[in-house]
Design a protein around this ligand. Structure first.
Ligand SMILES: Cc1ncc(COP(=O)(O)O)c(C=O)c1O
Length: 366
């Protein structure tokens, strides 16, 4: 079975981890500082603070923005529950908004309708490798936390995602654009906000006591992160090649390929197709042909919270499937996936739902 995701780990990664392992310095130290500095340069922001996960990065970013009880934070429905957890851990209330059908990113229009005087921040995940429309979302007038968990390296008008908001967060979970096993980072240009995150991530050797966390990254993870970061441009290039192959396959079936909005350089973290009907029969049939596909979001937040409406998130949850696309795929595996798509996709996709995404995109500024 070709798995839906798999990290790309090579001998250089192994050597780097072994070097740090044998040095005896396992906990947060120089490797973490170097990783932070290289990541900040890569994203194009002033500084970065490494933490133990993307979830921790989200929570600490919100806390640095002074989000707490009585505040509201806007989040999209079509995203994993890490976003919801982070808001609730601060004591604030999540306010869920719908997505743009074309890109699966947070809808600025729907977010605007849900703003209240209590809104303290908006979390903007750049979904599946596509940068969100930060012009429209930035115009909401509340601090933006960009979530790069799925889009590290993507660009909008030449500028990397992560350089638009008040703060940005990354995840280096095993299946992300680059992996450290578990791991995360907060990035940004405001030194005071970053200093607050740095203070909150560790509890020992402080002059004054306050409730803090222990969500540090280890030097072992940072050494792996540095080694992965050196390969990130290659990872992105390979993802694009595979996305192009899948796009050609779709075109040969007279189906529209997923849209890549003008002025954006997506990184193809996921290759998401909208089927005519429910995702499950397609997933089952692909599995029978040795390819593990998945719903790209297990369950949208409005469903967990038992809220109604959220038409675009609901549609995406019902119809969207993610086809394996990652740099660790071998040439033979990509061929197997293409062959399976050729046979299975026409039974589940006339292009009707894909077409809606293409049409929707025409009116977007991104
Ligand atoms: C958009 C988004 N943000 C945050 C996270 C949380 O990252 P982590 O798993 O490193 O806690 C995820 C996790 O998958 C995610 O998809």
């Amino acid at each position: 079975m070709i798995p839906h995701s798999r990290p790309f780990i090579d001998d250089e990664d192994a050597r780097e981890v072994q070097r740090v392992l044998l040095s005896g310095q396992l906990a947060q130290d120089g490797e973490v500082a170097r990783f932070e500095s290289r990541m900040a340069s890569f994203v194009g922001v002033r500084g970065a603070v490494a933490v133990s996960s993307g979830s921790a990065a989200l929570q600490l970013a919100l806390m640095a923005l002074k989000v707490g009880p009585g505040d509201e934070v806007l989040v999209p429905s079509y995203v994993c529950p890490a976003v919801l957890n982070a808001v609730l851990h601060t004591g604030a209330s999540p306010v869920v908004a719908d997505i743009e059908p074309a890109t699966f990113n947070l809808s600025a229009g729907d977010a605007m309708r849900r703003i209240t005087p209590k809104t303290r921040a908006v979390i903007v995940p750049h979904m599946f490798g596509q940068p969100a429309d930060l012009d429209a979302l930035g115009a909401l007038g509340v601090p933006v936390v960009e979530d790069l968990a799925m889009s590290l390296g993507s660009r909008r008008r030449g500028k990397r995602a992560g350089g638009f908001g008040s703060l940005a967060v990354c995840s280096f979970y095993a299946t992300k654009m680059m992996a450290t096993g578990e791991g995360g980072m907060v990035l940004g240009g405001d030194e005071a906000l970053l200093a607050e995150v740095r203070d909150l991530r560790a509890m020992d050797e402080k002059e004054e006591f306050r409730v803090r966390f222990n969500c540090k990254m280890t030097d072992l993870q940072a050494a792996l992160g540095l080694s992965q970061l050196r390969k990130l441009a290659g990872f992105i290039a390979r993802r694009r090649e595979i996305a192009d192959l899948y796009g050609d396959t779709l075109r040969r079936l007279s189906l529209p390929a997923p849209p890549a909005p003008a002025e954006c350089e997506p990184v193809w973290y996921r290759y998401v197709l909208m089927l005519d009907g429910d995702a499950e029969p397609f997933i089952e049939e692909m599995k029978r042909r040795g390819v593990e596909c998945r719903r790209p979001v297990y369950k949208p937040l409005h469903r967990y919270l038992r809220l109604s409406g959220f038409e675009a998130s609901e549609e995406a949850w019902r119809r969207a499937v993610s086809v394996p696309l990652y740099p660790a795929l071998s040439v033979a595996e990509v061929e197997t996936i293409v062959k399976a798509l050729r046979l299975v996709l026409p039974k589940h996709c006339t292009g009707r739902e894909q077409e809606k995404r293409t049409l929707g995109q025409a009116s977007r500024t991104c």
